[in-house]
Design a binder for this molecule. Structure first.
Ligand SMILES: Cc1cc2nc3c(=O)[nH]c(=O)nc-3n(C[C@H](O)[C@H](O)[C@H](O)COP(=O)(O)OP(=O)(O)OC[C@H]3O[C@@H](n4cnc5c(N)ncnc54)[C@H](O)[C@@H]3O)c2cc1C
Length: 382
C-alpha cells in the first residue's frame, strides 16, 4: 500500500496508539509512533498478560452495541498480524447486591442475539468451588466473551506495523504539542505532521488541556496468585469471573494459555501519578484483599506471586465514556477510559482513523467512541 495520504504522528504505543496506527496504515497514511519508553512499554496501562472482552456492558448499553464491531476489528487485526491472541469463552457474573446490571444486560444481549442464562445458586459450590456463596443473590453466565492477551498483541502489532513502514521512535518523550501547526518536540528535535494523535494513556493531561476536566489517572493494584492446591484444577477450568456488589467487587482472569491467575477490583482510587513509583504497598492492596475475601472462599490461603501497580485513566464524572476529541486544526486526543479500553482499542483507533480520512464526521467519531450511538446506528457501521 503506498503512503500517499499524508503523515500522521501517533503519541503513545499502548493499544489506543498502536490500533490507531494500524487503522491509519491500512488506509494508506504514513505513520510515525513516538513512545516515551520501550515499545511496548511495561509502564503502559495496556501492558499486561490478559484483558477481559465481552458483550455484557451493564448500564453502559451503548458500548454493548459496539461490541460486535469491536470483536470484528480484533479479528481483522489478528489476520493482519498472523496470530489470534484471544481465548474465547463465557463470562460469569456473581451478583451480591441490588446492582444496576441485569436489566440493561438482558436488554442489550437480547437485542444483540447473544446468549445468557442464570446458574442456579444451588449449583455454584459444584461448578465454582472457589466462590464464597455468602451474600450471593444471582449468578449469570454470558456467552461470547473471553480473554485477550495484550503483551502478545502489542508486540506482534509493533512488528507488523514496522514491516508496513511505520517509523517507531522509542525512548522519545513528547512535549510542546502545537495542535494548530501540527508540531511537537521529542529528544531535542521538532517534528511536523499533517495530524497528531495523542494516545498517551494516564499521561494525557501532561500533554494537552483538552480532556483535563474530564479524565484523571487512577492508581490501582492487581495481584497474580497461585490458588490452594485443591483448587488448581477448578481454576484451570473456569471462565472469566466477575463479582458485582454495590460497594465493592472483583474481576478475575483464570490461568489460560500460559498466563497467571489475576484478581483486581472495580473501585477506582482516582489519584496518583503515572510517572511515580510502582511499588505496591499494603495500603494499595488492602481494599483489593477485602473485596477478594468477599468473593472467594479461603482467599488468605492463595499465594501472592506478584502485586502490581497499574494506572487506569477514568472519567471524573463516573460516566466511563471514552474522551476522544479533536484539538485545534491538526490534533486528536484519544483517552481510553477505565476498564474497557483494551477490548475497544481497535474500534476506537479505527474511529479516529475514519475521522482523519474524512470517512466519518468529527462529531460522529466523538459520539461513536463515547458509546452514544443507538443499536441501529452501531449496526449500520458494519
Ligand atoms: C488493572 C487494569 C485492568 C484492566 N482490565 C481491562 C479489561 O479487562 N478489559 C479492557 O478492555 N480494558 C481493561 N483495562 C483498561 C485498558 O487496559 C486501558 O483502557 C487501555 O490499555 C489503555 O490504553 P492506552 O493506549 O490508552 O494507554 P497506555 O497503554 O497507557 O498507552 C499510553 C502510552 O503512551 C505513552 N506516553 C505517555 N506520554 C507520552 C509522551 N509524552 N511521549 C511519548 N509517549 C508517551 C506511555 O508510555 C504509554 O506507552 C484495564 C486497565 C487496568 C489498569
Amino acid at each position: 500500500m503506498s503512503n500517499t495520504r499524508g503523515k500522521i504522528i501517533v503519541v503513545g504505543a499502548g493499544i489506543a496508539g498502536l490500533s490507531t496506527a494500524w487503522a491509519l496504515t491500512r488506509r494508506g497514511f504514513a505513520v510515525e509512533v513516538f513512545e516515551q519508553g520501550p515499545i511496548p512499554n511495561p509502564r503502559a496501562t495496556s501492558y499486561d498478560e490478559h484483558r477481559i472482552t465481552r458483550h455484557a456492558y451493564g448500564s453502559l448499553e451503548g458500548y454493548a452495541y459496539l461490541m460486535p464491531r469491536a470483536f470484528a476489528l480484533y479479528e481483522a487485526m489478528f489476520r493482519d498480524i498472523g496470530a489470534r491472541h484471544f481465548a474465547p469463552g463465557s463470562v460469569v457474573y456473581f451478583l451480591r447486591d441490588a446492582v444496576d446490571w441485569y436489566e440493561p444486560v438482558s436488554r442489550s444481549l437480547t437485542a444483540l442475539g447473544k446468549g445468557y442464562r442464570d446458574i442456579p445458586l444451588a449449583k455454584v459450590p459444584d461448578l465454582f468451588p472457589m466462590i464464597e456463596t455468602k451474600g450471593l443473590m444471582r449468578v449469570v453466565e454470558t456467552e461470547e466473551g473471553g480473554m485477550l492477551f495484550p503483551i502478545r498483541i502489542l508486540t506482534d502489532l509493533t512488528v507488523w506495523l514496522g514491516n508496513q513502514g511505520v517509523v517507531f521512535h522509542s525512548d522519545a518523550r513528547v512535549s510542546d504539542i502545537d495542535p494548530e501547526a501540527g508540531t511537537l518536540h521529542a529528544n531535542g528535535q521538532t517534528h511536523r505532521a499533517d495530524r497528531i494523535v495523542i494516545a498517551a494513556g494516564a499521561w494525557v493531561n501532561k500533554l494537552t488541556p483538552v480532556v483535563a476536566d474530564a479524565v484523571v489517572p487512577s492508581r490501582q493494584a492487581v495481584m497474580y496468585l497461585a490458588p490452594p492446591p485443591e483448587l488448581v484444577k477448578a481454576w484451570n477450568e473456569v471462565p472469566v469471573l466477575i463479582d458485582l456488589g454495590s460497594e465493592s467487587g472483583t474481576y478475575t482472569l483464570p490461568p489460560k494459555m500460559g498466563t497467571r491467575l489475576k484478581v483486581g477490583d472495580h473501585v477506582f482510587t482516582r489519584s496518583g501519578d503515572a510517572d511515580g513509583d510502582r511499588i505496591a504497598t499494603e495500603a494499595d492492596v488492602a481494599r483489593l484483599n477485602k473485596a477478594a475475601r468477599l468473593a472467594y472462599r479461603d482467599f488468605d490461603r492463595y499465594q501472592v506471586l506478584e502485586k502490581k501497580i497499574c494506572f487506569y485513566t477514568v472519567t471524573r464524572d463516573h460516566s466511563e465514556e471514552f474522551q476522544v476529541k479533536p484539538w485545534g486544526d491538526k490534533a486528536w486526543v484519544v483517552s481510553a477510559c477505565s476498564g474497557h479500553g483494551f477490548k475497544l482499542g481497535p474500534l476506537i483507533g479505527d474511529g479516529v482513523a475514519a475521522a482523519i480520512a474524512g470517512e466519518m464526521s468529527d462529531a460522529d467519531t466523538v459520539r461513536l467512541t463515547a458509546g452514544r450511538m443507538s443499536h441501529a446506528e452501531a449496526q449500520a457501521l458494519g
